[in-house]
Design a protein around this ligand. Structure first.
Ligand code: MN
Ligand code: MN
Length: 312
């Protein structure tokens, strides 16, 4: 049996794949709900308002209820549902799922996402044209279902699925590379690999795209630009030792805090497992969202593995 040591020095059983999968999904939603309160604030405004922001309070510029999530979690659930209904990523089905989601009048929607969905509605095309100036984080934030469903698939299949879902709204090489790296890191975390190996993967992204270099200079106020988002996420993930510390670090940097929270939340949730997400955060999460995330995490994992075992 695998025994690891957590930061308190207590030996802890290594979480199962299922616990890590649920941890990733619940971790994403918790990060979204926690970060939404400080989205678009500066670190200084956060300090003045909250001291250290570490509770799920709602509010923020979207005036959320405590425990309410935003587009990051909602689009992930829409993508995941489409994958479950079609046995994988079918670009037309995913585009339709995003379009249906937009009809629900979501509390928030990014400009690039809206433009992509409108493009699909007016042309029927499931990919936008390559745009070298539009490297937003909107495809990355919703990519967890890819990691879960294609967990045991070949790397190439995962890349293909990641690109297909991304290009419905975002088509940019820098954003693709960042998203694909994040997906690979989440898959490795689900499988229980060490942080040093995850760091190697992040550094390999940096060697191919030096803009992603996450050095000592703290990335505060990270914008929705994928490079700033992932630099902040990598800094926080590799310099803190628990789900809680990683998330508190990030959401107090402000900027696109719900999305840095969501992305770090899925990665840290996969790495540490559901049990290590603070109980009071899990309890604060909207209960319907919590259940949808748990169900989908287990469903995607199970269905993805079934398909893989019949293929090989
Ligand atoms: Mn959001
Ligand atoms: Mn955001």
């Amino acid at each position: 049996m695998l025994v690891t040591h957590d930061h308190s020095g207590e030996p802890a059983l290594s979480p199962s794949l299922e616990q890590r999968a649920v941890g990733a999904y619940v971790g994403l939603a918790v990060g979204d709900a926690l970060g939404a309160t400080t989205e678009f604030l500066t670190p200084r405004e956060i300090r003045e308002k909250h001291g250290i922001h570490d509770r799920i309070l709602g509010g923020g510029w979207l005036r959320l209820k405590a425990g309410q999530v935003t587009d990051d979690t909602e689009m992930s659930l829409a993508l995941g549902e489409s994958i479950l209904a079609h046995g994988g990523v079918e670009d037309a089905a995913v585009a339709e799922a995003f379009s249906q989601w937009m009809r629900t009048k979501p509390i928030d929607i990014g400009n690039t996402v809206r433009r992509g969905i409108v493009h699909y509605r007016s042309t029927g095309e499931t990919a936008v044209a390559m745009n070298e100036f539009d490297a937003g984080n909107g495809a990355c934030m919703r990519s967890l279902p890819i990691a879960l469903f294609y967990c045991d698939a070949l790397h190439e299949e995962r890349v293909q699925a990641s690109r297909a879902q991304s290009h419905i709204t975002h088509n940019n090489p820098l954003a693709d590379a960042g998203t694909e790296t994040l997906v690979e890191m989440v898959v490795s975390a689900l499988k229980g690999l060490e942080k040093s190996l995850l760091e190697t993967m992040a550094l390999s992204l940096v060697s191919r795209f030096p803009l992603y270099r996450f050095d000592k200079r703290r990335m505060e106020n990270p914008s929705g630009y994928i490079v700033e988002t992932l630099r902040a996420v990598f800094q926080a993930f590799f310099s803190n030792d628990s789900y809680q510390d990683i998330l508190i670090d990030l959401v107090n940097r402000g900027g696109d805090a719900d999305t840095t929270g969501a992305i770090a939340g899925m990665l840290a949730g996969a790495y540490y497992g559901e049990e290590r997400i603070p109980h009071h955060w899990r309890k604060s999460l909207d209960i319907k969202t919590m259940l949808a995330c748990r169900d989908q995490a287990l469903g995607l994992l199970a269905q993805g593995r079934q398909i893989d075992s019949t293929q090989y």
